[in-house]
Design a protein around this ligand. Structure first.
Ligand code: ADP
Ligand code: MG
Length: 234
């Protein structure tokens, strides 16, 4: 356990560098791209929260995930960080590769701010599609072919219907605050939007609680998922 255990001394002037993995449970241990690691540090985060520690590596490996952790436990980072790591750079593929569904305009805007911070010094792009904003402007920005769409389900469904927005390039979908998504009556829109995405997509569901609606949706709409849970009691 010394400072330089990342290197093996093999001769007076010869060193073989080995992969520095970082302490288990640290951000270093995830082997993130340097830009992303820097953006996390810039945000002032020193250690991942328990749900981030569980979710980030599993999502980076490509698994479907259902993650349950209390409000304030850092769930936004638990999906934004691995989404950014997986997408990494802007793609000229027609169509967005990641959809993040949020229950409210405010949560969508917070997620967008988080996403902006984590993608600093990259060319990854996103569009925010929420109620209350100028709809024409949002439609226009979709033409720019953003890598990520952060949206409330009602407004996104509207865009799909009005503009013929295709979801056929989607590789990852996030259902954030899923208990609230369903409480707010978005079940139909969520199912309709999900049906327009490729079967090969990676599905990520985050929730403070797993209600019966969330459980039913998970069972029918998400296959072979890893269930991750922290803070069971709250
Ligand atoms: P949740 O979605 O679980 O309710 P949030 O993602 O909104 O939680 O995060 C709650 C707060 O914790 C936010 O202020 C966020 O900036 C902060 N936070 C997230 N991850 C970390 C971290 N690794 N270290 C310190 N603070 C963090
Ligand atoms: Mg949240």
């Amino acid at each position: 356990g010394s400072e330089d255990e990342g290197d093996f001394q093999v001769g007076a002037h010869q060193k073989i560098a080995t992969k520095k993995k970082g302490k288990p449970g640290s951000f270093e241990a995830f082997n993130l791209s340097p830009f992303l690691f820097k953006n996390i540090k810039k945000k002032g985060y020193n250690l991942p929260t328990p749900i981030q520690r569980k979710a980030i590596p599993v999502i980076m490996e490509g698994f479907n995930v259902i993650a349950m952790a209390r409000t304030g436990s850092g769930k936004t980072g638990a999906f934004v960080i691995p989404v950014v790591e997986r997408l990494k750079t802007h793609s000229t593929i027609i169509g967005s590769r990641c959809i993040i569904l949020s229950p409210t305009r405010e949560i969508a805007m917070q997620t967008a701010n988080y996403f902006r911070a984590m993608t600093a010094n990259t060319d990854l792009t996103f569009v925010l599609i929420v109620g209350g904003n100028d709809m024409e402007n949002q439609f226009e920005r979709l033409v720019l072919n953003p890598d990520v769409i952060i949206a409330t389900p009602g407004r996104l469904m509207h865009c799909v219907q009005e503009t013929g927005l295709s979801l056929s390039a989607v590789e990852m979908v996030v259902y954030d605050e899923a208990d609230r998504l369903f409480e707010m009556g978005f079940a139909e829109q969520i199912k309709a939007l999900t049906d327009k995405m490729p079967k090969s997509r990676q599905s990520l569901l985050f929730s403070a609680t797993i209600s019966s609606q969330v459980r039913d949706f998970a069972l029918s709409g998400i296959k072979d998922y890893r269930m991750l849970q922290v803070d069971k009691e709250s």
